[in-house]
Design a protein around this ligand. Structure first.
Ligand code: NAD
Length: 514
């Protein structure tokens, strides 16, 4: 049975009277309409997928960089040609506007192109300097694929986020078993089917397994060579605990509480524009979204005015022209409500928005909120809100803004707006985060050569760029003796004078340094 047939069979769980297999439903968050019914794949099904991937991994690795690059190109060509079909599915299943889905898919395609084009030069066998002690040897380094990578993804960017692991893992020569979020299984299954259609001679190099958290947990236990997890920190801890049992390495892409600093000489209108997009696009459900702004006294009033004006013009919803869609997970509405309520109870004020209306009556669409001078101890400043809200806090200067931005257990990304190039760069480099954009937001995610990942509670390891390729490899070191030395130091036959002579040489070379 081909993989496509298997997937079709799995999807036939849709049909009445289909085999008795647990299923779950994926629905449109705006309308509640059914998007699809998917199998809850159990441990046996996950293990079977990993076993198929294990076979595919050998064939895929054996293709070499050039042949893999061709197939990755065929995959991105397939995605590009069916962009609107996929964007429509993302819109229906995740709720984001169609145009934002197009943007997301475009970014994913660009990463696929970069990973395919740069894998060879980043990972291939190269000679490195052998150094003084092994001068008679040639030294070789290469980055070899791990085998099978399990990718566990979230729902907020159901194409771009998992593709940050999938594209780089595949380009490095691994097979991938992908467990999409239970909130976006249709998109995950679509991506796997697209692979099988575009790369028919290695269909099992990318497979999707659907299910709830337990299916993800089964993937952690299925003997994969690495788990690339993107999701929340609490689930990340569970994934690490499961992987610890088998010493399976993990990559953790977790949440954030990203801040923007607006300096005295910043372009306030540009900063406001970026802050509004960074905070409100995708209904604020962006791991690298801006959730907090620290604006200096010099620009605070103008910045608040500009942000409020822009946010007042946003119309959320699900129809054409909507700025952003409904909350993908209805339960997230409660988190946003709690944070907003706490912020106001703690002494903050709402320049716009405020108490979040009831979930049912509004179809999970939350009006945007601009919250001012919320105490740093408040949940809206400390915890990931993941909603269309932004806090703006007045600070004396950018240094105070930086200190507050860094006073969080998270450390994913952030933004700095400053007129001075050197000052902007200095603030960005000192921000405790994996990525920072100066005079823009989120830009680093669209630069394929730049690594993407966090520090602290935001995780560890990197996707994207050369680091992202290496993340899915193991470094392999080889030496080859070119000619024997008259005295072999690593031999029981070395003369007694060898070690004292070595000590003298090392004394001359290194002993002069104080
Ligand atoms: P989540 O942690 O609830 O779920 C993520 C995935 O883990 C899902 O596929 C889920 O089924 C699976 N899962 C659940 N329990 C599991 C278990 N015990 N073992 C293995 N897998 C399990 O996260 P979410 O709500 O889907 O995503 C939102 C979070 O993801 C936010 O915190 C957001 O900031 C973060 N995120 C981070 C990045 C990044 O690159 N750093 C990108 C996007 C989203």
């Amino acid at each position: 049975m081909t993989t496509v047939e298997r997937q079709d069979e799995a999807m036939s769980a849709n049909a009445p009277g289909a085999a008795e297999q647990d299923t779950f439903r994926s629905t449109d968050p705006a309308s509640g309409e059914l998007v699809g019914v998917f199998p809850v794949q159990d441990a046996a099904a996950v293990e079977a997928a990993v076993a198929r991937a294990r076979v595919a991994a050998e064939a895929w690795a054996a293709l070499g960089f050039g042949e893999r690059r061709l197939r990755l190109a065929a995959y991105r060509g397939y995605l590009a040609r069916r962009m609107n079909e996929l964007a429509d599915l993302v819109h229906r299943e995740n709720g984001k506007p169609h145009d934002d889905a197009v943007l997301e898919i475009t970014l994913a395609i660009d990463h696929l192109a970069w990973a395919g084009a740069h894998a060879a030069r980043t990972l291939r066998l190269r000679r490195v300097a052998p150094g003084l002690l092994a001068a008679n040897h040639a030294a070789y380094l290469e980055y070899q694929p791990l085998g099978v990578v399990g990718v566990i993804g979230p729902w907020n960017y159901p194409v771009f986020t998992p593709m940050g692991s999938i594209a780089y893992a595949l380009a490095a020569g691994n097979a991938v078993v992908f467990k999409p979020s239970e909130h976006t299984p249709a998109v995950g299954a679509w991506l796997a089917r697209a692979w099988q259609a575009a790369v028919p001679d290695c269909p099992d190099a990318l497979q999707a397994v659907t299910g709830l958290g337990e299916t993800g947990a089964a993937l952690c236990r299925a003997g994969v060579d690495k788990v690339a997890f993107t999701g929340s920190a609490p689930t990340g801890r569970r994934v690490m605990a499961a992987c610890a049992q088998t010493l399976t390495p993990v990559l953790m892409e977790l949440g954030g509480k990203d801040a923007m600093i607006v300096d005295d000489d910043a372009d306030v209108a540009a900063a406001a524009n970026a802050a509004v997009w960074g905070a409100m696009s995708n209904a604020g459900q962006t791991c690298i979204g801006i959730e907090r702004v620290y604006a200096t006294s010099a620009v605070y009033d103008a910045f608040v005015r500009e942000v409020t004006e822009q946010v007042a013009g946003l119309r959320p919803g699900s129809g054409p022209g909507a700025a952003y869609g409904p909350m993908t997970m209805a339960s997230q509405t409660d988190v946003v409500r709690r944070h907003t309520d706490d912020a106001l109870a703690d002494g903050g004020t709402a320049a716009l928005g405020g108490p979040v209306p009831g979930t049912q009556a509004h179809g999970n669409v939350i009006a945007p909120a601009v919250l001012l001078d919320v105490p740093e101890s408040s949940a809206a400043v400390r915890e990931e809100t993941f909603g269309p809200t932004i806090t703006i806090t007045r600070v004396a200067d950018a240094e105070e803004g930086l200190a507050r931005a860094n006073a969080t257990s998270y450390g994913l990304a952030g933004s700095v707006f400053a007129g001075s190039r050197s000052r902007g760069l200095s603030l960005a480099r000192r921000m405790r985060s994996g990525m920072t954009s100066v005079n823009s937001v989120l830009t680093f995610a669209s630069v394929p050569a730049l690594p993407f990942g966090g520090v602290g509670e935001s995780g560890f390891g990197r996707i994207h760029g050369a680091d992202g390729l290496k993340e899915f490899t193991r470094a392999k070191a080889v030496t080859r003796q070119r000619f024997p030395l008259p005295v072999d130091l690593m031999s029981f036959r070395r003369p007694a004078s060898a070690a004292p002579a070595l000590a003298r040489v090392i004394g001359v070379v290194h002993g002069r340094h104080r």
